[in-house]
Design a protein. Structure first.
Length: 355
């Protein structure tokens, strides 16, 4: 306001009352001053109201002001979180362990693949990592210490998104998208409030990957746990049990018995958990994918690349799909299961996704 008043005063000082009809000119000057005053006041008021709104919102964005994340403030989506931003925020990470060299001026998208075990996320991540500008660092939070409390989660995320986390997937200086794979039962639901806040503050986009056929998923869960157990007993247990990414899957010979009594409530529970996750993270920038859709239509992967603002290119994975063919061949007590689900909302799981 001060500069306006000063300017205004200077103006009136310059207006010297001439000798002819001083009263008339004085009236005009007064009128002019009044109009100007009203205009200036109304403009100023508008500016004050909008700028205070922006300041309030920006405060939420930069809650840790002493750490330079290299975030461009202007591009951060504004709003109270109820609306979803379509424009991804632009990040320029400054890793402590190396220099981004000639790629320092390329923006980097932050993402998290949010999924559940046995939902095709290993396969999906391998596909993403076949892109020359994507570093998806695997199931980092399968290690309990990294998700022990919210501060260890945030420390870990900071390292990943500052590009200071190294795995075989790291593409370092020229990564244009960096992220990780995160299962719902790895602290994500427990600390969802803080994690959503973090995602918004640092502009992390969520890629939900779920499986439509939860019965097939259950078969896969049981077969996988059998397989791990068998490997342990046989002494061929490898150190990186948690990383399915590199392991070619050869589980299809085992047929699990599924508890038909608890089946419906087990399926329901998985469904409810997935919906809860979507609800928790609804206010973050996100995309929802289904494993079956990706398998049937590889072009869907372009949606993911567009979502991450990456140049389109063909993605490849050498991982073998398992449990193809009719489900009846993969469940020992198929008749029980068929009876348990026939006529329920989950009936379509029996007859599968070839529609
Ligand atoms: C803020 O959120 C509330 C719901 O929590 C919504 O009704 C309101 O429109 C939002 N305001 C803005 C400015 O987005
Ligand atoms: C979180 O866990 C780490 C060890 O992993 C510990 O050093 C730290 O004090 C814990 N923080 C809180 C707030 O409990
Ligand atoms: C992708 O990586 C290549 C080098 O591997 C680099 O030249 C290019 O600039 C990167 N693209 C983007 C969009 O960062
Ligand atoms: C355990 O090892 C034996 C001998 O190497 C092999 O024949 C068998 O198939 C293995 N079992 C499993 C479950 O891997
Ligand atoms: C199947 O589930 C029911 C209900 O949860 C439980 O009481 C029963 O012990 C389970 N049966 C087996 C074989 O695990
Ligand atoms: C997320 O929010 C949108 C718009 O507010 C709403 O239409 C949608 O149903 C919500 N989804 C979930 C899973 O809550
Ligand atoms: C499902 O149940 C109905 C009767 O309730 C039966 O006629 C039908 O054959 C069943 N379907 C299968 C595939 O078992």
């Amino acid at each position: 306001m001060a500069e306006y008043i000063y300017f205004f005063n200077k103006d009136t000082l310059i207006v010297k009352p001439p000798k002819k009809s001083p009263m008339f000119l004085r009236m005009i000057a007064l009128l002019f001053a009044m109009v100007c005053g009203v205009l200036i006041c109304s403009i100023r008021l508008k500016q004050i109201s909008t700028s205070s709104k922006i300041t309030y919102r920006n405060i939420r964005v930069i809650q840790i002001p002493d750490i330079d994340y290299g975030i461009k403030q202007i591009e951060i989506p504004l709003g109270n979180g109820t609306e979803q931003s379509e424009i991804p925020p632009v990040n320029y990470p400054k890793p402590q362990t190396f220099s981004r060299a000639e790629c320092a001026h390329n923006p980097v998208q932050f993402f998290a693949i949010i999924s559940m075990q046995r939902s095709g996320s290993g396969w999906f991540e391998t596909l993403l990592n076949s892109h020359s500008n994507v570093s998806s660092n695997g199931e980092i939070f399968s290690v309990f210490d990294r998700r022990k409390n919210i501060s260890s989660i945030i420390n870990t995320l900071d390292k990943v998104y500052n590009l200071d986390w190294f795995t075989s997937a790291s593409k370092n200086e020229c990564s244009a998208a960096v992220g990780l794979k995160w299962m719902l039962n790895q602290g994500l639901m427990e600390y969802h409030e803080e994690i959503v806040e973090y995602f918004k503050r640092r502009g992390v986009s969520a890629i939900f990957l779920f499986r439509r056929n939860l019965l097939r998923r259950l078969v896969s869960v049981l077969a996988n746990s059998y397989d791990r157990h068998a490997k342990l007993l046989n002494g061929t247990h490898k150190a990186h049990v948690h990383s399915h990414t590199e392991v070619a899957e050869t589980l299809s010979s085992y047929k699990p018995v599924i508890n038909s009594t608890s089946l419906i409530s087990d399926l329901k529970e998985v469904e409810v958990t997935a919906n809860k996750a979507l609800k928790y993270f609804n206010s973050t920038r996100h995309i929802i994918l289904y494993y079956e859709d990706l398998v049937m239509n590889r072009k869907k992967l372009n949606d993911v690349l567009d979502f991450l603002r990456l140049p389109r290119m063909e993605l490849r994975s050498r991982q073998v799909k398992i449990h193809t063919g009719s489900l009846s061949e993969h469940i020992k007590n198929w008749d029980d299961i068929n009876r348990a689900l026939n006529g329920t909302v989950y009936e379509s799981f029996l007859r599968d996704y070839k529609r």
